[in-house]
Design a protein around this ligand. Structure first.
Ligand code: PEP
Ligand code: MG
Length: 317
């Protein structure tokens, strides 16, 4: 089956009724970039940059960022690439951040710590701007909660660009906190693009710890999460912003049709999931996905949504 799917890599990611979907990849290493491009990804929708620094004794320097970025961006020359700035969190906590926290205290998210160290943040922006990657480079801020954070990030990026004498690339934000969904109109005015992080968004909307196995991608089918997604799609449309989904739910066979039906047309998934997602998109009918998603929005439980999808859409092969 894997071989059969791999043989279909040249086929477009288009639904049975002709709706075009853009498939990108979530990566962190040059090896993942190679797998993604081999599997026909249209570039990278999420480059996670914190992973090389999980054992770092202090904030990474510009040279350390550059060394980590170089091989990944080199493998992506000429391709679309959305690089996410450092996203330290409780499940990705380097010793220099873990060190002075009171026992048991949760970090929640790393962005406020990053903004409290603008010198460290500027080092990453400078490394990214110097690495370039041509016209396809975009920069994305994770775990944004409010407009002030976006403005502060943009000021740092623009200052770094001015110092290097290069143009600042588009600055987008991840929507993965209920706080961001609640302020989506104001955030959309500040951002060049939006990317839905369904891993964090799902766990936060449902009050789960994302490390809990019960917080898996199937739970994005909860109507409360779907309503959050629908609000973000509407804001992206009214502000004419590109929107992608980069959480694992995009590769979940029951959730994928709901995301497509809600109007998400650009998906970024793990390289290993690309073949399956393309095949699933090609079997689905976009009009049917839209009808099912509209009905799912007014349900109350995830079980009802799973049942609805199972009844109205073809079972995944
Ligand atoms: C997400 O939260 O959905 C996401 C894509 O980012 P990460 O899994 O790296 O937190
Ligand atoms: Mg996240």
């Amino acid at each position: 089956r894997r071989e059969r799917l791999a043989a279909e890599r040249h086929l477009p990611a288009r639904t049975a009724d002709g709706h075009r979907v853009t498939l990108r990849a979530n990566v962190a290493t040059p090896g993942e970039v190679r797998s993604a491009l081999q599997a026909g990804a249209d570039g990278v929708g999420l480059l996670r940059t914190e992973l090389p620094f999980l054992d770092a004794p202090q904030w990474p320097t510009r040279a350390q960022h550059a060394a980590a970025l170089r091989p990944v961006l080199a493998a992506l020359a000429g391709q679309h690439v959305t690089v996410r700035t450092l996203d330290f969190a409780d499940d990705k906590l380097p010793p220099f951040l873990a060190g002075d926290r009171p026992p048991g205290a949760r970090l929640g998210r790393g962005l406020p710590l990053m903004l409290a160290r603008p010198d460290a943040f500027a080092e990453q922006f400078a490394a990214l701007l110097a690495a370039g990657a041509g016209d396809g480079l975009r920069i994305m801020i994770p775990m944004v909660a409010d407009v002030g954070e976006v403005r502060a990030c943009r000021a740092l990026l623009e200052q770094a660009a001015a110092e290097l004498g290069v143009p600042a690339p588009p600055l987008g934000i991840m929507i993965e906190l209920p706080e961001a969904v609640g302020r989506i109109g104001a955030l959309a005015r500040e951002a060049a693009f939006l990317s839905l992080g369904t891993n964090d968004l799902t766990s936060r909307v449902l009050g789960l710890d994302r490390r809990d196995p019960a917080a898996g991608p199937a739970r994005t089918a909860h109507p409360a999460v779907l309503r959050a997604v629908a609000g973000v799609v509407a804001a992206a449309r009214s502000h004419h912003l590109p929107l992608s989904v980069c959480g694992d739910a995009a590769a979940h066979p029951l959730v994928l049709p709901l995301l497509l039906g809600l109007g998400c047309d650009t998906l970024s998934v793990a390289p290993a999931a690309l073949d399956e997602v393309r095949a699933a998109v090609r079997r689905l009918d976009h009009a049917a996905c839209r009808a099912v998603a509209a009905d799912a929005l007014v349900l109350e439980t995830e079980e009802e949504v799973h049942h609805l999808v199972g009844r109205r859409l073809p079972a995944p092969p």
